[in-house]
Design a protein around this ligand. Sequence first.
Ligand code: B4P
Length: 188
Amino acid sequence: MSKNIVMLGLPGVGKGTNAEVLSQDFNLPHISTGDIFRAAMSNHTDLGDKAKSFIDAGNLVPDDVTNGIVNQRLNEADVLSASGFILDGYPRNPEQADSLEAFLEKRNQKVDAVIYLQASQGLVTERMLARGRADDLPEVIAHRIEVAKSETMPLVEYYRRKDNLFVVEAAGEVKDVYAKVKEVISNL
Ligand code: B4P
């Protein structure tokens, strides 16, 4: 069976941290929209220039831009030849989820598992403050969490209805959280 995986959760919950190891253990391409935007910003490409003001303010980059880069990435050779992929940070709202579903449907594929990393607002805030990335300023973090609560959290119900949601408690040490994530994916 294919392993088309989506990592879902509040900002700073550990989507990237877990996706990275999962990608190595299961030999699946790791597609992080945040990493794609940050690389584009540091290379000052058109995409980077477009994304910068949204990311700096803690807002979502517009859907047409984000859906476009993900669809393009999903069409690349390493993804097409793999037995699945790990999407980290995408979809981030129901419109993006619909776009992904329509894209995969054309290939007779679907999202096989959504890992919802669950943690409190306080914990994710602590993790982001400790990480200290350029967009990890206290007021930007607070705004990102509000955006995630209103735009991204509806995806929990969206995927629960599709019966492919796996809830993983994300408090605890990195290795312990990852062990739970790995178990879910191993059992697919
Ligand atoms: P992202 O790059 O996706 O970043 P994130 O949600 O903040 O982080 P993540 O959950 O991956 O946490 P991490 O593993 O790093 O997004 C950045 C911005 O890009 C968004 O705000 C938005 O503007 C834009 N964007 C991205 N995707 C988009 C989309 N689809 N649509 C529109 N806009 C989009 O973990 C955080 C920290 O915690 C790390 O320091 C890590 O080491 C630590 N950590 C992780 N697990 C831990 C554990 N168990 N214990 C202790 N520390 C832990």
